[in-house]
Design a protein. Structure first.
Length: 119
């Protein structure tokens, strides 16, 4: 009987551990070339202390990490569309997604660097 209770307890605890949530992206369309956008994203993240782990201009993708605890990760993806470049940023800290509004300062600085900031 005791073994059955232990198995039930572990079953209940395992049911509480759900799948990790995917980070919600912060998206923006920029009236700039995709290559220029990616180049500025890489430069901005490096200046902020991130290490670029992967960057692929053909795929329009940049992954950057900050090594200090608990570990920050930013993923930037770009797609060329009719209006310019659609940029999507997601962020995670210690494996948990961060709210997308925390990326707004990076997006504002990126707009400034590309000469697209509102005056």
């Amino acid at each position: 009987m005791r073994g059955v209770l232990i198995v039930l307890l572990f079953g209940l605890l395992a049911g509480c551990a759900g799948a990790p949530q995917a980070p919600e992206p912060r998206e923006m369309t920029l009236q700039a070339a995709t290559d220029d956008t990616l180049r500025e994203v890489v430069g901005l993240l490096q200046e902020e202390g991130y290490v670029i782990r992967h960057a692929d201009a053909e795929l329009g993708r940049v992954e950057a990490v900050m090594a200090r605890w608990p570990g920050y990760r930013i993923l930037a993806t770009t797609v060329t569309d009719d209006d310019g470049t659609r940029l999507s940023l997601t962020a995670a800290r210690g494996g948990s997604p961060l709210p997308p509004h925390l990326l707004d300062p990076l997006l504002a600085e990126l707009q400034r660097r590309l000469g697209l900031a509102p005056r």
